[in-house]
Ligand binder design. Structure first.
Ligand code: NAP
Length: 297
């Protein structure tokens, strides 16, 4: 239980509703900032405005998956008001207060320099759970943007990380001929073990000559103009890697190859599941933090 733990949920999309629900269930004291237009009446939470007085009382702050933008603005889809997080506000919180965000950037790192910042999307468990709705969203994108079946198509998946592995397995399960690109020999071995066709990333230009679909998960420019120039004109590129993706979109457009950057698929195709994934991990972390604090006092 999180009884007496004061937590502010600041901004975010439908995924945060699952987080709020779970915090209330665990008896936390919940303050909602950036939710003034939310119809759902969470009886156990208070809608509030940013104020120094509130920040002085907080044990934890939960930010949206994206954290803040480089100017400190927090995305608030349930409010028209601009919420800006500053170092001054963060430093009003008690020293033990923890800030939870999906990812971070230089701005957020800087303003939380004197507090603990937890980036939950960096955790393996969250990334692996998140790969499930990501795969479903990827399949949806591919179906929407092709006039041929996945079954029987030649699919190149770039990267055998937490997302790439799930994507490769799912497309193979749908009957695609899946090739997976990696740079480490242990990944090449794993791809073979999975019954898929491995290739080293330095071989990518050759491999792309007859692919129907390319799904990139590598957050670096790997689908270069040279790579795209080798691809058949009907090929589709779906780039899952974080912005700006790993594709030369300018050149793809010039060549007439459809290339789509598809960020945030879990929040798009399955906000409830994605929210439950975040809520489960966040409440576990908050519980550990709260227990450690109670033991200290
Ligand atoms: P990950 O587990 O770190 O996997 C990334 C993979 O990229 C690793 O296999 C890594 O190989 C490889 N890689 C990195 N740099 C490389 C390079 N220069 N050349 C070749 N391979 C390279 O990350 P993840 O959790 O799978 O996420 C992958 C990307 O997808 C991230 O950008 C993440 O933000 C994004 N993502 C997007 C969505 C969405 O909805 N669009 C959902 C989830 C994740 P090594 O091990 O050799 O470094």
């Amino acid at each position: 239980m999180l009884t007496n733990m004061h937590i502010a949920v600041i901004g975010g999309d439908a995924r945060q509703l699952e987080v709020i629900r779970k915090l209330i269930e665990l008896d936390a004291k919940v303050s909602l900032i950036g939710f003034d237009q939310l119809d759902h009446g969470f009886a156990g939470a208070n809608k509030e405005q940013v104020s120094e007085g509130l920040f002085q009382e907080l044990d934890a702050i939960i930010l949206p998956v994206a954290g803040t933008n480089p100017k400190g603005e927090v995305d608030t889809i349930f409010s028209n008001e601009k919420v800006i997080l500053t170092q001054g506000l963060i430093e009003k919180t008690p020293k033990h207060a923890v800030v939870y965000s999906g990812i971070s950037n230089d701005y957020l790192n800087q303003i939380t320099v004197n507090r603990k910042l937890v980036k939950i999307l960096e955790r393996d468990d969250v990334a692996i759970y998140n790969s499930i709705p990501t795969v479903e969203g990827t399949i949806m994108m591919v179906i929407q943007h092709t006039d041929y079946t996945i079954h029987g198509s030649t699919v190149a998946v770039l990267g055998l990380g937490r997302t790439g592995m799930s994507v490769a397995r799912a497309f193979a399960g749908l009957g695609a001929k899946v090739r997976v690109g990696a740079r480490r020999s242990e990944h090449i071995a794993r791809i073979s073990e999975m019954g898929l066709t491995p290739f080293y990333m330095h071989e990518i230009e050759e491999v792309m000559k007859d692919v129907d679909i390319c799904i990139n998960t590598i957050p670096h420019l790997v689908v270069t103009a040279k790579v795209i120039s080798r691809m058949p004109s009907h090929a589709l590129i779906v780039d899952l890697a974080s912005r700006p993706g790993g594709t030369d979109f300018r050149y793809a457009e010039k060549r007439g190859i459809k290339a789509i950057l598809a960020p945030g698929l879990p929040g798009v195709v399955a906000p409830k599941t994605a929210g439950k994934i975040l809520a489960g991990v966040l409440t576990q972390l908050l519980g550990e933090e709260w227990k450690a604090r109670e033991e200290k006092e």
